[in-house]
Write a protein that binds this ligand. Sequence first.
Ligand code: SIN
Ligand code: FE2
Length: 216
Amino acid sequence: MQDLFGDDAAGAPRRVTLGPGAVLLRARALPDERQLLAAIDEIVAAAPFRRMVTPGGFEMSVAMTNCGAAGWTTDRHGYRYTPLDPASGQPWPPLPGLFWSLARGAAADAGYHGFAADACLLNRYEPGTRLSLHQDRNERDFSQPIVSVSLGLPAMFLFGGNKRNDKTLRVPLRHGDIVVWGGPSRLFHHGVLALKDGDHPTLGRQRLNLTLRKAL
Ligand code: SIN
Ligand code: FE2
């Protein structure tokens, strides 16, 4: 495990199996870095990051926005996908072609062919921000995987199992890494430990994460 998850070294594997149907593709998004960041700027200009409220009434520490045909939202009424951004009443910004093709390619690299994302949740973590263990289960079709792209500051990703108290793997994620999970691990619990402070050369004191899903 040390070798698989340790710091980058010459010959470090680019592809790491995290569990059944779950793969880490190291640096997979790096060639598209500039275009990804430009697309994110456009999305955020139209649908700014905001801190949503859980059904229990807690404001999440992760700031979120979306693009695509539907966006993941939470408020006092529950978790769901909505076609409109509740903050503006307008449709979420369209899913950039690059997001779609990157997700399709990464999913294929992980063994999921023909993945056609229709929604992308964008998460913004600042130092101290965390995301508690949860399942992604508001999508209609669990036969389709989740494709998760990390940008900016490194974070410790937790990847568990079907049960909330299953043992979790700690996976350091860095700028450009992509994690794909699906099939037998599609509903595995996952989360992110509190972000450590740092200064990323392109993104500064933050981490961005894109999760691409087939929501509808
Ligand atoms: C998520 O589960 O929505 C995001 C995971 C991550 O930020 O790596
Ligand atoms: Fe998630």
